[in-house]
Design a protein around this ligand. Structure first.
Ligand code: GDP
Ligand code: MG
Length: 444
């Protein structure tokens, strides 16, 4: 099972949409199938998978596409929204009412971030005017109490625990008795035992005895496949009520977290985004899906490219599109690209876009720009505006004047003819490769 690959397989499915020449019924159907496969491989409930993919297909095909938005963008938006709904429908915020004590028991393997999360959550509710308290029942790991105590002291949250205690259930009950007047009590448990079986048994016993209002699974957002295994193991011991995904500040895309949702049926309620006690956020499904699909980055990139497009005056762009494309225009296009510095890198990060622009064209643009500039400067106005007039003697003259060779002048003209042809094709197809609008060369 390729559970850890959910994020990337969803991304791959979307990439096809970026690459497709046209977005028609067949493309959308294929996307729906790809999404089904990706979600099923991630153990998402079959019924749910069918619902999601059906809705995506229907919306993508039937909904009207607003003006200024391409069909391609629309389809991507639909996928994004439906996946968000999948996570979002279940995203019920943790309800804590003043005067009515809520007990949260954190479970998860060692290193997942439980102890940090316990402190983070108490800080989170403290900031919202509630009275939190912490109970440490990790009687297995030496130093566990001291770690939580240190964090608790920093934020002035009362903590109960006994570094010498051996019985987690007894400690838990004592702590809960002491904090009967608090709004929320967070119980931090052990994450390691000599045997995993023992750990699961302990969690089961604890849950039975203290009857928390909610068992919250703490899962490391950077682990892949293990997320499902872990989530399942804990879910069998104590029904998981909610999930807190940690370490989403790192490079991990959090695909494993979605698997944990799938494995437990429990919603994600919080995410950890750093090592400090302040680094916790209530979970916002849309933001998470964006991250999962890599759409966050994509949006920024699209924005950047759009900014860059503005560099070409509209009047000129219209002239080029309506048929006039001179050597000067071509030079200006490449100059504009150079101004964008990492234009090539930028484009290569957008699925489907880099693929549309011939590699050698980009290389040429970056490498030979300076030579082209002097060559074009050596041309007469007539030659620049109407390169058809070039014959061998004119080429020789330009080569001499610019300190280049006739061969290089020929290459420049060849490049020009190639680009003009490309523009013609684009005009004819009326389908511009770049998100349906704008030319890849920055012409709007
Ligand atoms: P526990 O064994 O489950 O109690 O995990 P800890 O709370 O002791 O955390 C294990 C490690 O992960 C520590 O080094 C934490 O600082 C770190 N950690 C916990 N949460 C986050 C997070 O959201 N982001 C980052 N970057 N590190 C975290
Ligand atoms: Mg701990």
């Amino acid at each position: 099972m390729a559970l850890e690959r959910l994020g990337s397989s969803l991304y791959e499915a979307l990439k096809k949409i970026f690459k497709a020449g046209v977005i028609d019924e067949a493309t959308v159907k294929e996307l729906a199938r790809d999404l089904q496969r990706a979600l099923l491989q991630a153990d998402v409930n079959v019924q749910l998978v069918l619902e999601i993919s059906k809705r995506i297909e229907e919306r993508a095909l039937k909904e009207n596409v607003p003006q200024g938005v391409s069909r391609r963008e629309h389809v991507i938006k639909v996928v994004y929204e439906e996946l968000t709904r999948f996570l979002g429908d279940k995203a019920v915020p943790l309800k804590v009412e003043p005067g009515k004590r809520t007990v949260i028991m954190l479970v998860g393997i060692q290193g997942s971030g439980k102890t940090t999360a316990a402190a983070k959550l108490s800080r989170y509710f403290q900031k919202r005017g509630l009275k939190p308290a912490l109970v440490c029942v990790d009687t297995f790991r030496p130093g566990a109490f001291a770690q939580l105590q240190q964090l608790a002291n920093r934020i002035n949250v009362p903590i109960y625990g006994d570094p010498k205690a051996k019985d987690p259930i007894k400690t838990a009950n004592q702590g809960l008795k002491q904090y009967s007047d608090k709004d929320i009590v967070i119980v931090d448990t052990s994450g390691r035992h000599k045997e995993e079986h023992e750990l699961i048994k302990e969690m089961k016993m604890l849950e039975k005895n203290i009857k928390p209002d909610e068992v919250m699974l703490v899962i490391d957002g950077t682990i892949g496949q293990q997320a499902t295994v872990q989530a399942k193991a804990f879910h069998e011991a104590t029904p998981i009520g909610s999930i807190l995904v940690t370490k989403l500040d790192g490079s991990g895309r959090g695909g494993g977290a979605l698997s944990a949702v799938a494995a437990t049926g429990a919603p994600i309620k919080f995410i950890g985004t750093g090592e400090k006690v302040e680094d916790v956020e209530a979970f916002v499904p849309s933001r998470f899906v964006g991250r999962l699909l890599g759409m966050g980055d994509l949006e920024t990139l699209i924005e950047k490219v759009r900014d860059a497009e503005v560099k070409v005056p509209e009047k000129k762009a219209k002239a080029i599109l309506s048929g006039k494309f001179t050597l000067t225009d071509m030079y200006e296009q490449f100059e504009a690209m150079k101004g964008m510095g990492t234009f090539k890198k930028l484009l290569s990060m957008i699925p489907g876009v880099s693929y549309k622009i011939p590699e050698d064209m980009l290389n040429t643009a970056e490498g030979r720009l300076e030579k082209w500039r002097v060559m074009i400067q050596s041309m007469t106005v007539e030659e620049k505006e109407n390169p058809k007039v070039f014959n061998s003697s004119r080429m020789k003259r330009v080569a001499r004047g610019s300190g280049t060779s006739e061969k290089e002048v020929k290459e420049l003209l060849k490049q020009y003819v190639m680009m003009r042809r490309m523009l013609k094709t684009l005009r004819r197809k009326k389908k511009l490769p770049f998100f349906g609008k704008g030319l890849p060369l920055g012409i709007k």
